[in-house]
Write a protein that binds this ligand. Structure first.
Ligand code: SF4
Ligand code: SF4
Length: 504
C-alpha cells in the first residue's frame, strides 16, 4: 500500500441556484488575461443540456478518457503513443472555438461619448475578442442557462428516455451542474502529454501544467473527457484549473468554494492507495463505482493512520483527513457520487445528486409528515428520471442513485417530523439503514455546516512542498519531519506522481 493524500471536493447539487458567482470569481482570479477569453476553469451548466464545450460528454466524438481494449487493458481512447504521434500536427479530436464560443467584447465608448441630444439611443455592438471584427453573438459558456438555447433534447444522458421526458412548461426538469477540473487519480491528460508537461502533485494530488515544458501539442485537451484543459491562444500553451493551489497551500478553500452563494461545496483530504488506482480503473463498468470508493482509505482506521504517519504525513494532515467532510459524504454516508465514472479517470470532484422535485413527499400523500412508504414511493416518481442521474453519476446503475435519493428524502422527512411535532419515523431510518444520530449529523453537514466544517484543509502543506522541492533539487533529507521515502523520486527529477504513460 502506498498511501497518498488528495485534496477533493464534493458539491451538493440540491443547493446550487445557478448564480454563476463561482464562475465569475474564478475568471477574475485566473483567466481574465489575453488568450483565455473563452476559458472558464469553473463553469455552471444547466442539465439537461449539451454543456461547455458543446457535446463534451460524447466520447465517441472527442475520444476523451480511458477504455478497456479487447484484452481488458486500460488504454487511452485517443489512442496509443504511435496513434497520437501520427496526429501530433493535425489532431482531429479537438473542439473548435465554435464548440466553446467566440468571446465577444463591446464598444462601450459609443455609450460613454455619445453626444447629447441624439434622436436615437446609442447602442453598443459586439466585437470578437479574438479578431476585433464585428460579430453576432451565437453561443456562450452558459447559453443553455435554465433550459435556454433549445438544446436540452440533445443531452446524451437522455438517450432512451425520450418517452419519459417532456420539454413542456411545468413538465420538464432542470438543475445546475457546476464543473471544475476533477484532479483525477488516473488523469488521462497527464498520460497523453507527449512533453511530460502535465503532472499530478505528490503532496496533494492537484493536477497542474508545467508552462516551461508545455509545447502546445494539445493532446491533453483531447484526452480529458471533461474538457477541462484549455489552450491559451496567446501563449500557445495548455492551462487548466489549479484548484487554487496557492490558497490550498495556505489552508484556504478554492475561490469558487469560498464565494459559493449556495454554500454547497465541501473541501477536504482523502487518503487513497496509489497501488490500487490502476486496478480500480480497469474493472468492468458495472463495478467502477465500488472500485473507486474502494481506493479510498478510512482515515479513522488505526492501521491507515499508522501508515500515514509512517509515510511521513504530518499529524495535522492525519487529523484533517479524519475530519474531512469529503470522506464523510463519499464513504460514510455514501451520498456523493462521481461524475461519469465510466471515463475511468477516477475523478475527485463528487456530487450529491439533486432531490428538489420530491421535497413534499408528505404533501403528495396528504399528510403532515411522510412515512416510509410516502418517501420511497415518491422517489420512484421523481420528475428527474433516475436513469438520467444514473447516466451522469453511476455509469447507469439506477439502484445506487435511488438509494442515495432515499437517504436524502428520508433525512428531510425525519427532520421535518422531528421539528414540527417531535415525531420520529423509525421505519424511515430502518429503510435507509441509518441511526437517528447519523441522519441528524448528515442533515447538519448538508444544511447548516459552518465554514470550518465545510472546508477542512490542513495548512501544513507548504512544509511538505518545501521538502519535495529540496528532494527535486537533489537534497534528500527532511528538515521538517516529512519522511523522504513517502515520495517516489522521478527519474527526470521533476515533481509529481509518475503516471504510467505506458498504459496508453
Ligand atoms: Fe486531467 Fe482534470 Fe481532465 Fe482529469 S478532469 S483528465 S485531471 S484535466
Ligand atoms: Fe451554484 Fe455556488 Fe456556483 Fe452559485 S456560486 S452557481 S450556488 S456552485
Amino acid at each position: 500500500m502506498r498511501i497518498r493524500a488528495q485534496v477533493a471536493m464534493v458539491m451538493n447539487l440540491d443547493k446550487c441556484i445557478g448564480c454563476h458567482t463561482c464562475s465569475v470569481t474564478c475568471k477574475q482570479t485566473w483567466t481574465n488575461r489575453e488568450g483565455t477569453e473563452y476559458v472558464w476553469f469553473n463553469n455552471v451548466e444547466t442539465k439537461p443540456g449539451i454543456g461547455y464545450p458543446k457535446h463534451y460528454e460524447d466520447q465517441e466524438r472527442w475520444k476523451g478518457g480511458w477504455k478497456l481494449d479487447g484484452r481488458g487493458r486500460l488504454v487511452l481512447r485517443s489512442g496509443g503513443r504511435l496513434a497520437r504521434l501520427g496526429k501530433i500536427f493535425a489532431n482531429p479530436d479537438l473542439p473548435s472555438i465554435d464548440d466553446y464560443y467566440e468571446p465577444a467584447t463591446f464598444d462601450k465608448d459609443v455609450l460613454v461619448n455619445a453626444p447629447a441630444g441624439l434622436s436615437d439611443t446609442p447602442v453598443k455592438r459586439p466585437y470578437s475578442a479574438l479578431t476585433g471584427s464585428p460579430m453576432s453573438v451565437q453561443w456562450g459558456a452558459n447559453w443553455e442557462d435554465s433550459l435556454g438555447g433549445q438544446t436540452a433534447q440533445e443531452d446524451p444522458n437522455l438517450a432512451g428516455l425520450a418517452d419519459r421526458v417532456r420539454f413542456e412548461f411545468e413538465k420538464t426538469f432542470m438543475f445546475h451542474l457546476p464543473r471544475i477540473c476533477e484532479h483525477c487519480l488516473n488523469p488521462a491528460c497527464v498520460s497523453a502529454c507527449p512533453s511530460g508537461a502535465m503532472y499530478k502533485r505528490e503532496e496533494d494530488g492537484i493536477v497542474l501544467v508545467d508552462q516551461d515544458r508545455c509545447r502546445g501539442w494539445r493532446m491533453c485537451v483531447s484526452a480529458c473527457p471533461y474538457k477541462k484543459v484549455y489552450v491559451n491562444h496567446a501563449t500557445g500553451k495548455a492551462e487548466k484549473c489549479t484548484l487554487c493551489f496557492p490558497r490550498i497551500e495556505a489552508g484556504q478553500p478554492t475561490i469558487c468554494a469560498e464565494t459559493c452563494v449556495g454554500r454547497l461545496r465541501y473541501l477536504g483530504i482523502v487518503w487513497y492507495d496509489e497501488d490500487a488506482v490502476l486496478a480500480a480503473a480497469s474493472v468492468p463498468e458495472s463495478e467502477l463505482l465500488d472500485a473507486q470508493r474502494g481506493v479510498f482509505l478510512d482515515p479513522h482506521d488505526p492501521v491507515v493512520r499508522a501508515a500515514a504517519r509512517e509515510a511521513g504525513h504530518p499529524e495535522e494532515w492525519i487529523e484533517a483527513a479524519a475530519a474531512s467532510p469529503v470522506w464523510t459524504l463519499i464513504s460514510e454516508y455514501r451520498i456523493a457520487l462521481p461524475l461519469h465514472p465510466e471515463y475511468r479517470t477516477l475523478p475527485m470532484v463528487w456530487y450529491v445528486p439533486p432531490l428538489s422535485p420530491v421535497l413534499d413527499a408528505a404533501g403528495a400523500a396528504g399528510r403532515d409528515t411522510a412515512d416510509a412508504d410516502d418517501v420511497f414511493h415518491t422517489i420512484s416518481e421523481l420528475r428527474i428520471p433516475l436513469e438520467y442521474l444514473a447516466s451522469l453519476f453511476t455509469a447507469g446503475d439506477v439502484e445506487v442513485v435511488a438509494g442515495v435519493l432515499m437517504k436524502l428524502a428520508a433525512m428531510r422527512s425525519y427532520m421535518r417530523g422531528r421539528t414540527l411535532d417531535g415525531t420520529v419515523a423509525a421505519e424511515l431510518l430502518d429503510g435507509i439503514g441509518m441511526t437517528g444520530e447519523q441522519v441528524e449529523a448528515m442533515y447538519r453537514l448538508l444544511a447548516i455546516a459552518k465554514y470550518d466544517e465545510r472546508y477542512v484543509i490542513p495548512a501544513a502543506h507548504s512544509r511538505q512542498a518545501a521538502v519535495l522541492d529540496s528532494q527535486a533539487a537533489g537534497q534528500p533529507g527532511c528538515p521538517v519531519g516529512f519522511h523522504p521515502d513517502s515520495v517516489t523520486p522521478r527519474a527526470d527529477g521533476r515533481r509529481g506522481l509518475t503516471i504510467d504513460v505506458e498504459r496508453s
